[in-house]
Write a protein of this length. Structure first.
Length: 120
């Protein structure tokens, strides 16, 4: 099953975890889309600087702190993902509540660890 993944908080900086995760997703043949502050490309994946109407997103993986997630609340819910992953440093009880209300599963985990241990 393809777990099309949206990386929110994607970075062009090769030393950032969001950049690593895009590379790891692509290397495991997982369809990947991304939104970040700056447009560009990582491992062949275009990074969009604005909210983009992606379809068929299975997983949203967050690389933004709680304060910077606010503008994405309605967008994430509108995607109706099968899960949202809160990577270390992105924990957000307010968004947890919104996801619960909309019956969207979520977990606090490290996407890189999940990918490296075949638990993704």
């Amino acid at each position: 099953m393809n777990k099309k993944t949206l990386v929110i908080g994607a970075s062009l900086n090769p030393s950032r975890y969001s950049n690593f995760v895009i590379q790891k997703l692509v290397s495991q043949n997982i369809e990947t889309v991304a939104i970040g502050l700056k447009e560009g490309e990582v491992a062949g994946v275009p990074i969009h600087a604005d909210i983009y109407p992606f379809e068929g997103v299975h997983t949203v993986t967050l690389y933004l702190n709680a304060k910077n997630q606010k503008e994405y609340y309605d967008y994430i819910v509108s995607l109706k993902p099968k899960r949202v992953i809160f990577n270390p440093g992105t924990e957000n009880p307010e968004l947890y509540r919104i996801l619960k209300e909309n019956h969207i599963p979520f977990e606090s985990a490290c996407s890189l660890v999940l990918l490296s241990t075949n638990q993704y």
